[in-house]
Design a protein around this ligand. Structure first.
Ligand SMILES: [Zn+2]
Length: 478
């Protein structure tokens, strides 16, 4: 695909540009020029170098690439399998019963498909919350997959099959870090583990390893039935709460924990779709907004949901507003003005993620920033016009099929709704082989049972308006 070879300048002409700078302005009929891996200019009718790729962005929206700060990419190999799961069923399946079945090639399959899916949906940076790394071979496979797709990724290294103090102390883990984490900005690195609240604080050595390596920790915090305020207290008292720490969900915490997060400068990754269905706690933006804690968005896992952040923005607005109405109605009040606005969730999906990752050079369209951007435009869609409120359009009207062009690190990776230089057929074969292996190893009965959990009995309430003989009484009256 020489047409889109890396290094060739690109200009997107005449779009509605959401630069996601402080004022949340809307620039109409403006060009965005990319040179090398950077945004070179944003402005009307830009002069461009010879050989620049010209992309017509009229009737479209140009915005920064979206950033997902928490996605278990290995699980994409089982897309949709857990649609009817609760968090309990998820834990039983992956943590206790079948997660160990995943071989390195299965992690590779899931990661490859998840990475392709991300760039297709305009999600240019994903934190791979990779807690299926039972061995370093699994970790090598995860990185091989991420490196094979032209997106920007952060490997958040985890292993749910062993205590964090154990796997972070293994010499082969340290060896992996020095071999594979080379400091280039297409592949970042974090440690991913949870703090369970054991009074002995067994996670302490793992935090020390993170500090030693100079990397951030991402942790599922405030998850109903799993992690609580106690873990936050332990982290705080040992000085492990830092500005780079990303607290995932944080949906069942007391104000004291939110105060500690706010005071130490960390951020919260909200996975609204996940919290609503799985039960980690009510999606917390309505509470954490009151504490001034920075927010980023994430979709968690494709074993339930698809990996696009349009859904994340939409459900986050809905959940936040729903809670505001519910709280007001309980007091006999009416919400007359929405506090959470569409432009705010677009910021969380872009700059919020950049901030969480300590990446000032991502998340906005300004000269000098890294060129990760998305053109939302679909001339065949009746939902593409009128374009009156661009932020509202992104949050409530647009969807992944409207992602026309995606640029990552200055390189066009999707154009006119088609991925560029991505072997989707090979990814499909890998995933089919993983599904076949899991299914045959577990046995058909276990496989089907895992996908179709029992439905609890619902008792239909007695209804005072039903009468056994209302028809005959109606006939009599006539
Ligand atoms: Zn998660």
């Amino acid at each position: 695909m020489t047409e889109f070879e890396a290094g060739r300048p690109v200009v997107l002409r005449g779009g509605t540009v959401l630069p996601m700078t402080d004022g949340h302005e809307v620039l109409s009929g403006v060009d965005v020029l990319v040179e090398g891996d950077r945004i070179a200019a944003v402005g009307p009718e830009l002069a461009v170098p010879d050989g620049t790729i010209e992309i017509d962005a009229t009737d479209g929206i140009v915005m920064p690439g979206m950033i997902d700060t928490h996605r278990h990419m290995w699980q994409t190999a089982m897309r949709g399998y857990g649609a009817d799961w609760t968090l309990t069923q998820y834990f039983v399946w992956y943590y206790l019963e079948h997660g160990r079945l995943f071989r390195p090639e299965d992690v590779h399959a899931g990661n490859t498909l998840a990475a392709i899916e991300a760039i297709d949906a305009g999600v240019t940076t994903v934190v791979d919350w990779s807690h299926g790394l039972q061995t370093v071979d699994h970790a090598d496979a995860a990185v091989d997959a991420l490196r094979s797709v032209p997106g920007r990724f952060v490997l958040a290294y985890g292993n749910i099959q062993a205590p964090p103090a154990e796997w972070t102390a293994a010499p082969e883990f340290r060896d992996f870090v020095s071999r594979r984490i080379t400091g280039d900005d297409m592949l970042g690195f974090q440690l991913a583990f949870d703090v369970v609240g054991d009074p002995a604080f067994p996670e302490k050595p793992a935090f020390e390893v993170a500090r030693d390596l100079g990397v951030s920790v991402t942790t599922h915090a405030g998850v109903w039935g799993a992690t609580s305020d106690e873990g936050i207290r332990q982290m705080y008292e040992h000085g492990f709460m830092t500005p780079g720490t990303v607290y995932v969900h944080a949906a069942t915490l007391e104000p004291d924990s939110y105060h500690r997060i706010a005071a130490t400068g960390g951020s919260i990754s909200v996975s609204t779709e996940s919290e609503q269905s799985a039960g980690q706690g009510y999606p917390p933006t309505w509470a954490i907004r009151l504490h001034g804690i920075p927010v980023s968005l994430s979709m968690d896992t494709s074993v339930w949901w698809s990996g696009d952040l349009f859904s994340a923005m939409r459900t986050t607005l809905g959940a936040d507003r729903s809670r505001a109405h519910l709280e007001a109605h309980a007091k006999g009040d009416t919400v007359t003005h929405c506090a959470l606005r569409a432009d705010q969730v677009v910021e969380w999906a872009t700059r919020g993620g950049a901030r969480a990752l300590g990446r000032d050079d991502l998340g906005s369209l300004e000269p000098g920033k890294k060129a990760d951007l998305v053109l939302i435009k679909n001339d065949r869609s009746p939902v593409s016009f009128p374009l009156l409120n661009p932020y509202g359009h992104v949050a409530f009207q647009a969807q992944r099929g409207d992602v026309h062009t995606v640029v990552v690190n200055g390189r066009v990776v999707k154009h006119e709704h088609e991925l560029v230089g991505v072997d989707l057929a090979a990814a499909r074969r890998q995933v089919e082989s993983t599904v076949e292996y899991l299914r045959s190893t577990m046995g058909e009965e276990t496989w089907l049972k895992g996908m179709n959990p029992d439905i609890p009995e619902t008792k239909i309430l007695d209804n005072p308006y039903t009468y056994t003989d209302y028809r005959s009484s109606a006939t009599r009256d006539r």
